[in-house]
Design a protein around this ligand. Sequence first.
Ligand code: ARG
Length: 463
Amino acid sequence: MIDTRSNKMWGGRFADGPDAIMEAINASISFDRRLASQDIAGSRAHAAMLGATGILEASDVEAIREGLLTVLSEIEAGDFAFSAALEDIHMNVEARLKELIGEPAGRLHTGRSRNDQVATDFRLWVRDQLDAAEVGLMALIRALLAQAEAGASWVMPGFTHLQTAQPVTWGHHMMAYVEMFGRDLGRVRDARARMNYCPLGAAALAGTSFPIDRQMTSEALGFTAPMANSLDAVSDRDFALEFLSVASICAMHLSRFAEELVVWSSAQFRFVTLSDRFSTGSSIMPQKKNPDAAELIRAKVGRIMGANVGLMMVMKGLPLAYSKDMQEDKEQVFDAADNLMLALAAMAGMVKDMTANREALAAAAGSGFSTATDLADWLVRVLGLPFRDAHHVTGALVAKAEAKGCDLPELTLDEMQAEHSGITKDVLEVLGVENSVRSRTSYGGTAPDQVAAQVARWKDLVG
Ligand code: ARG
């Protein structure tokens, strides 16, 4: 039973228990229970180290080890009675351990504090999320590669200002996102490498006088090394902020792509057909098939970036070392992580399932005078015009086609020669979109061969 008059973890100097409001503002168990398995892993590593260094008796360590395993299985089975009076996951686990094994439970906290404990638990949790983000990004990249490979040579309009600019290939457009998500993957890996240092053993803030072995706990928990400064170890949350900023950039990329899918799946564009599995209907308009998943992915960046800004604000004025403000680090990170993983999975599913409408893409590719630049380039290359003059002649031809209500290739040779007498019928070759994209062979350009080469490079990278 919990002594409600004073807290049994630190109640020695307290004559009275907390006000109900105090308990409500102070308790974090409603959300930090998500750190349970990390907390128990940290405690197991700590206990084993206390045994190995002779700080605790082997029999106590064994009792603690077994007790912690029981606590973990109770939590996993949903049989654990979490208590707000016990504040947080650390005290909930320890109190249950005490019920199970008695006195040795009280020795577990030797040479550590909740400050290094929570810093360790949270790092372990964020590290798992970085690993999950890596898996999610790889799956998305593979789905994009499949699209890019199938449509490496399919023409579509490329846009600037969402106005038709120059024809590009479907594969090229897909591969642009592969590059973006590939950089997100790089950022995830960088963040993981930078954050993988162990705070455990920093104790409250100053380290401890017990002869602990921080190398041992660090290794047991899969960290690269113990953190080198105990004040820093318990007081920074930059690892969580870095996760959130990496997540924000990734969510922004997801959002941009989602926006394109919303536009592309509309009746006006019809560039893609989303599968039924990733669409919804309307309760009133029977014809509707809505891209809700894409819209929700587009929106997720708001809460993820919000978490990033929110935690930055929590941290920005805190003096060293730990302050209770830092308990506010978790919910935002949990929410951002959950939503990032969901958005990545939904996007991968949508991309895998969607059908690019080759004919609609091709029809749109040729409209809007998309090969005007090719015409100007031809005037430079074949007739030797300065580019500015070529631009002017082409502009006049575009105006003529517009007035006539046709595309550039439909102007007659006479009409073209009226703008520049040197133009021959050879120009027609560059006015076709297929030739246009095939000619963009510069490194990183939209030519199908270039796209195929990039697809092959990425397939090697992501398997
Ligand atoms: N629940 C706390 C948190 O999440 C654990 C650390 C408490 N430390 C303390 N000195 N009160 O930050």
